[in-house]
Design a protein around this ligand. Structure first.
Ligand code: FE2
Length: 380
């Protein structure tokens, strides 16, 4: 495999800190509706579904998914809209009430800090702050091109009364309240009654099964290096990621176009160095995570605080650790593109060391006791 090194300059561009995130308060058509001011939208990796040409995008490079966030002040509501690709909410901080349905009354569920919710495509959804503190609700959206969003007709009509119009090419036009409306042909059409009736209804039980609460994560030593003394753990959330544990399944079976796994490293512990052929994005949620990149005399490192993001290019060596003197366990998310399982290449000597500890991967890439495994079944 090609050896790829990350330079210090490139690392600085790919390590996104909260101070790099730029809120756009006029990113969407509903930004002037009562209860939606100010509504902050962030685009960290890819543009997401913003409708503002002023939106700052921290990292435009395609990753196979987009990562953004809503900054949610107390009392603020995000209005009903639908997505064409996966929208997965990550409550990085704060508490929210999710609601859904053509009129927003088919069901609702609470979402608290650390919870993850995989929203179905073609379903109107919105959310409101359920906290008296500012919250940061991050989103992973499927695909490089998300296709944008469709608004509920009610939202579009009410937005027009505030002087905001949405064109067919997904641009916001501001005519001011008493201005002349744009030509009807240039506007995004409203969904008809027939369109609305074709949208599947979802029960609260169905959506609840697409939510991974913080307390429901199933962590285990899930990678081969843990047989060699490295102590870190993974818990699956969305799609098929890097886990090598036999009992790890995602909460939602249908393809989302990406995988998300929780990872945790305790103070004084680390993973072995490894690399993947896919890009990998780390979203740190709790604690302080140290990431070592490259190998040999080219090693560099960075430290991620909560809500910071690091994009690691394909084929770059990386290892995770938490400083001994750190007070908290680091809990972070690994996001990789693609619907199939991702393979890990381990640092030199690790696989042989695992064999000495009677651990190996079975033919499907799952951790097993080496002495149980038959020899390879290869054709002559
Ligand atoms: Fe959305």
């Amino acid at each position: 495999m090609e050896e790829v090194f990350l330079t210090t300059a490139e690392l600085a561009k790919r390590h996104l800190r909260e101070s790099d995130y730029v809120a756009d308060t006029e990113a969407f058509i509903d930004c002037r509706l009562p209860g939606s001011m100010p509504k902050e939208n962030f685009s960290m990796i890819g543009p997401g579904v913003t409708q503002s040409d002023k939106q700052v995008v921290n990292l435009r490079e395609p990753h196979g998914f987009n990562i953004g966030a809503a900054g949610v002040h107390p009392g603020i509501t995000n209005n009903l809209h639908l997505h064409f690709t996966s929208e997965t909410f990550i409550a990085a901080s704060g508490a929210y009430t999710l609601r859904w349905g053509v009129k927003g009354d088919e069901g609702s569920l609470p979402l608290e800090t650390g919870d993850i919710a995989v929203m179905p495509t073609w379903m109107f959804r919105g959310f409101s702050s359920a906290s008296d503190e500012y919250g940061f609700l991050m989103t992973v959206l499927g695909g490089d091109d998300t296709g944008g969003i469709l608004w509920s007709p009610d939202v579009l009509k009410r937005a027009r009364e505030t002087g905001l119009w949405l064109t067919k090419d997904n641009r916001l036009v501001d005519t001011a309240i008493d201005g002349t409306p744009p030509e009807n042909e240039s506007l995004m059409p409203l969904l008809s009654e027939v369109d609305m009736q074709s949208i599947k209804r979802w029960s609260a039980e169905e959506i609840r099964r697409r939510v991974l609460k913080l307390s429901e994560r199933k962590f285990c030593a899930a990678t081969l290096d843990t047989a060699c003394g490295f102590q870190w753990k993974l818990a699956p959330a969305v799609g098929f990621g890097i886990t090598q544990a036999r009992a790890h399944w995602p909460i939602v079976g249908e393809p989302q176009g990406f995988s998300i796994e929780w990872a945790t490293v305790a103070p004084g512990q680390s993973s072995a160095a490894f690399r993947t052929v896919e890009k990998m994005v780390i979203i740190n949620v709790f604690g302080t995570l140290r990431v070592r990149l490259n190998r040999g005399d080219q090693q560099i490192e960075c430290t991620l605080a909560p809500r910071e993001i690091l994009s690691i290019p394909a084929n770059v060596w990386r290892a995770f650790s938490v400083d001994h003197e750190s007070a908290a366990v680091a809990e972070f998310l690994l996001v990789l593109p693609g619907d199939s399982r991702k393979r890990i290449e381990w640092e030199d000597g690790l696989v042989a060391k695992a064999l000495q500890a009677d651990a190996a991967l079975d033919a499907d890439g799952r951790i097993a006791r080496y002495s149980l495994l038959p020899p390879p079944m290869l054709c002559a």
